[in-house]
Design a protein around this ligand. Structure first.
Ligand code: F6P
Length: 541
């Protein structure tokens, strides 16, 4: 298929710009000693200047270690790097995933124009074909989701998939469980540890179960092991590979994959495809989102897509100075490369968002945890921070001690809902009060002569405020993070859309597994050989 040009040549790496040198000077003069409390005292308009409206999300960035001068330099950096042209190239279908020669078009999956107007005006043939594929697959998948929802015999859906084929759907289904279909339980199985699948299967009956095998490649070892085990379980309890048998495998298994042939070879006839221009960690909007559509229905799935699309439009069209993904991505660069902050804490004050940190870990660290630029040159600076977190208020009683008083400065992202979910009187105001109090305490600190009780303050945080946790807000929030990762990755000069770093471990595991049975340690390093021999003192099975 013909794609639009490769625009790698237009990229300028952040450290090759004038703005980078200016930021270094600025950091030395003002950034290093910047105190947010002084900035508030000096500027009564600070809260407004560092607030940002975006679709479904309001952001208060005012408690960060930036001022107008810092942001002006960061916007200059973005422009010198060619961020706007690069963003537009991604949306136009250029091969921004340069190491795999792939376009990056997950935004097409949530573009309502694809359904309403068919081929967009002026789109390339490549995009027009992609849009047709998206529309056809989406209609088929949503019709199937509705048929499963209407099928009283199916009570349990087991989605087998890992990484991008598991984390996104699991996070969204947990977040939107209040609007889940009564009578349907959706389970997610990722780990090759048999404890996970075994525990899920223990409570199920094959005639009431639908397995969804979710794998972009349909080769991922963990998913294949679990899918084969599920198949064995199903066949051992009366299931059959014969289409006209009373309990046919074809009715109880479906596949979500770009590798339809491999799914068919597995014996699965119901398949929903997607394409190489959808990265795994950006795929919840595609057929990989089928468990979501079954859980919440086609209409709510459409609202999830619409929320994400609204954020896409904001990212594409808002000027950099009022563009939330841009402001957040620039802040990430400022903190990582100038302040040297090594991690960022995600603190959703929402039980529904309890899987968000796990989801963002893949999105951010698999995308931007890279050490070479797009030309393979070693980078002289750090890239992705460690992203971690737990829902509030639980985190307050675990690791917030360190965030308030530890040596490292850890920017925190509070995610707050104006309206809580299943309202029990008094819970939500208390939850929100805690989020605001933590952000306040981190900034203001509290002087005390007793060092144990002293809070230094000036600890940065942002607040992302959603009206409520509904499909549209959630879609917008996820798309916000996707674009933010694009922004920082673009400035760092890396390819945010490959993941070569996961390959070596996969290959070595394939080499080690037979050695657990044979005991052959030839050619292994001393530590691996030692552990293997120790493990062989008893059976590993
Ligand atoms: O969908 P697949 O092909 O099973 O891959 C699952 C995950 O594995 C990875 O390739 C990393 O190992 C992820 O990028 C991907 O989301």
């Amino acid at each position: 298929m013909e794609v639009q040009g490769d625009i790698r040549g237009d990229r300028v790496r952040c450290d090759h710009t004038r703005a980078w040198s200016a930021l270094q000077a600025h950091f030395g003069q003002a950034g290093r000693t910047f105190d947010v409390r002084d900035a508030f005292a000096a500027d009564p308009g600070r809260y407004a200047a560092f607030s940002q409206e975006a679709p479904h999300v309001f952001a208060d960035l005012s408690r960060n270690r930036v001022d107008g001068a810092t942001e002006a330099l960061l916007f200059a950096l973005a422009r010198e790097c060619g961020l706007e042209a690069y963003r537009d190239a991604m949306f136009a279908g250029a091969q921004v995933n340069s190491t795999e020669q792939r376009a990056v078009l997950h935004h097409l999956l949530r573009n309502p124009a694809v359904a309403q107007e068919g081929q967009a005006q002026g789109a390339s043939e490549f995009i027009a074909n992609a849009e047709r594929d998206v529309e056809a697959t989406r209609s088929a998948m949503l019709a199937y989701a509705e048929s499963v929802r209407a099928d009283a015999q199916i009570t349990d859906i087991v989605s087998i998939g890992i990484g991008g084929s598991g984390l996104g759907p699991a996070m969204v289904v947990a977040a939107l469980e209040d609007i889940g279909t009564p009578g349907k339980r959706v389970h997610f199985v990722s780990n090759v540890d048999g404890m996970e699948l075994g525990t899920v299967l223990r409570g199920l009956r094959p005639q009431n179960t639908l397995f969804l095998v979710a794998s972009k490649t349909f080769t991922t070892a963990e998913t294949m092991v679990n899918a084969h085990a599920a198949r064995e379980w199903f066949l051992s309890l009366g299931g059959s590979t014969e289409a006209d048998a009373p309990l046919p495998l074809a009715r109880h298994f479906a596949a979500l994959t770009t590798n339809i042939e491999a799914a068919r070879a597995f014996g699965i006839t119901t398949t929903f495809g997607f394409w190489d221009w959808v990265g795994g960690r950006f795929s919840l909007w595609s057929a990989i989102g089928l468990p979501i559509a079954i859980a919440i229905g086609a209409e709510a799935f459409g609202a999830l897509l619409a929320g994400a699309h609204a954020m896409d439009q904001h990212f594409r069209h808002a000027p950099l100075e009022r563009n939330l993904p841009v402001r957040l991505g620039l802040l990430d660069v400022w903190y990582r490369n100038f302040h040297g902050f090594t991690s960022r804490c995600i603190a959703p004050y929402s039980h529904g968002l309890r899987r968000l940190s796990a989801y963002l870990q893949q999105l951010e660290m698999e995308s931007n945890g890279k050490g070479v630029d797009w030309q393979g040159r070693a980078l002289p600076y750090a890239t992705s921070p460690v992203v971690w977190g737990e829902p509030g208020t639980n985190g307050q009683h675990a690791f917030f001690q360190m965030i308030h008083q530890g040596h490292d400065v850890i920017p925190v992202e509070f995610i707050v809902l104006r309206r809580g979910g299943r309202d029990l009187p008094g819970h939500h105001p208390r939850l929100v009060a805690n989020a605001l109090a933590q952000a306040q305490a981190l900034m203001t600190g509290r002087h005390c002569d007793d060092g144990h009780r002293h809070f230094s303050g000036n600890r940065p945080s942002s607040v992302l405020l959603l009206e409520q946790l509904d499909p549209a807000s959630l879609g917008a929030l996820i798309a916000l993070y996707e674009h933010r990762v694009f922004v920082s990755g673009m400035l760092w000069g890396i390819n945010s859309f490959d993941q070569w770093g996961v390959e070596l471990g996969k290959q070595l595991a394939t080499n080690i597994e037979p050695r657990l049975a044979s005991g052959d340690v030839a050619g292994l390093d001393g530590a691996t050989a030692g552990l293997l021999q120790r493990l062989r003192a008893g059976p590993v099975r």
